[in-house]
Design a protein around this ligand. Structure first.
Ligand code: ADP
Length: 146
């Protein structure tokens, strides 16, 4: 049985913090699906196509890392892909508090377990929203993204 994990997120944009989580989780799973969630109510800075293309290019030589888009519940997407695990990164207690109840609900309702990796100290300050702030003000964010 293949151990498949879904790494869900907006990835608007994908940062070095996200990459760090994938690099470190690679050995834990046979396959990681980087799943770009689409939420019609949310305003994104980069289009879904831009985000998907960027990730496909980044992982084109890594066959165990797949890139997909999805809408609806992450747990339903996991079921459709036969993924038993959701991979998430934790930077701080705010992330933890947000993730805890979602992970417990996913486990109880769908039998999907979440696997958390604590971010590396050098990446824990990085967030997509900081990158978007810099981008909006025409700043240089190249040190924060792959
Ligand atoms: P979401 O909108 O679902 O939070 P994000 O694209 O912001 O999506 O993040 C996806 C996942 O990556 C989340 O688990 C988030 O906590 C994690 N993550 C984001 N930034 C970092 C970072 N700098 N280090 C480690 N994990 C991170």
């Amino acid at each position: 049985m293949k151990r498949i994990a879904v790494f869900p997120g907006s990835f608007d944009p994908f940062t070095l913090g996200h990459l760090d989580i994938i690099d470190r989780a690679e050995d834990l799973f046979d396959e990681i699906i980087v799943a770009i969630g689409t939420n019609a109510a949310k305003k994104y800075m980069w289009t879904l196509e831009e985000r998907k293309e960027r990730l496909e290019t980044l992982f084109k030589n890594r066959p165990t890392i797949k890139v997909e888009t999805y809408d609806g519940l992450t747990a339903d997407f996991c079921k459709a892909r036969d993924a038993k695990y959701i991979l998430r990164g934790l930077r701080n207690t705010t992330d933890f508090n947000y993730e805890q109840t979602i992970a417990q609900a996913n486990q109880k309702v769908n039998g999907v377990d979440s696997v958390f990796l604590i971010s590396s100290p050098e990446h824990s300050f990085i967030s997509s929203s900081i990158v978007r702030d810099i981008a909006r003000n025409s700043g240089d964010y190249s040190a924060l993204v792959p």
